[in-house]
Design a protein around this ligand. Structure first.
Ligand SMILES: *Cc1c(COP(=O)(O)O)cnc(C)c1O
Length: 247
């Protein structure tokens, strides 16, 4: 029996998606990035397949799932709806097969052991997988992610594995209303990404595809876009308040 939340009958997904896309466009324009094509990922965790599919039908092309039990339940429906599915929650190695079955991208790679497992499963399945390196820029102990100083080494080692392509870097921002503190973390992620691209251009690193910066959520997407986000991950502003607390 599924414990996932059904969509409220009167919820206007199209209006919510349009509102958030408008927020993204305004944020792009107000920092001189008009037309830069920041992508919207809608975090559909805790919501039922019906709710997630309704969001996709309303214009959410990329959805994010955190828990592999949920992804196993919703994966077929999301695929049938034409969504691109990204894993945005901590991924345990014993659940990696579910990600390889249903996801287009795993944004939360923060160790070689996880990357090696994903790579092996992808080779077995005869598929390629996009991954991002999750970096802990806030320094909060509770947050997963590799240390900023180790991010480039990990990214290069992951890129060297078969079947994986490192498409960028992801972080969960500091949970704070202090704009400068939150933005400093996002800036740090951008500096890591810039170093990856610059050093790849000279041949010193193999990270030519690692241009994505997945950062910013419902509460702070404007700050993340001002610091260079190429993808924002928005849950509650599109889906409504999650019925159960989740990380
Ligand atoms: C749930 C989630 C989001 C979206 O959070 P909201 O505050 O609902 O916008 C973004 N990123 C990650 C990793 C999440 O788990």
């Amino acid at each position: 029996m599924s414990t996932l939340a059904a969509p409220p009958g009167d919820w206007d997904y199209a209006a919510r998606v349009a509102d958030v896309k408008a927020r993204v466009h305004i944020a792009e324009a107000s920092c001189g990035r008009a037309g830069s094509g920041v992508r919207l990922l809608v975090a559909t965790k805790t919501w039922s397949a019906d709710a997630a599919v309704a969001a996709v039908a309303a214009g959410a092309r990329i959805v994010g799932e955190s828990r592999m039990q949920e992804l196993a339940e919703k994966g077929e429906a999301l695929r049938a709806a034409g969504a691109r599915v990204h894993v945005i929650g901590q991924l345990q190695r014993n659940k990696a097969a579910i990600a390889v079955e249903f996801a287009d991208c795993v944004q939360t790679v923060d160790s070689m052991r996880l990357a090696e497992r994903l790579s092996r499963l992808c080779v077995e399945a005869g598929r390629e997988l996009d991954v991002m390196i999750q970096v802990n820029v806030s320094g909060e102990e509770s947050k997963s992610g590799v240390e900023p100083d180790d991010a480039l080494d990990l990214a290069a080692a992951v890129q060297a594995l078969p079947a994986l392509t490192v498409t960028g870097f992801m972080t969960i921002g500091l949970h704070s209303r202090d704009e400068e503190a939150v933005r400093a973390g996002y800036r740090r992620l951008r500096e890591i990404r810039d170093a990856a691209l610059i050093r790849s251009e000279s041949g010193a690193l193999p990270l030519t595809d690692a241009w994505h910066l997945s950062m910013g959520m419902s509460r702070d997407l404007e700050w993340a876009i001002a610091e260079g986000a190429t993808m924002v991950r928005v849950g509650s502003a599109v889906m409504g308040q999650r019925p159960t607390p989740t990380t």
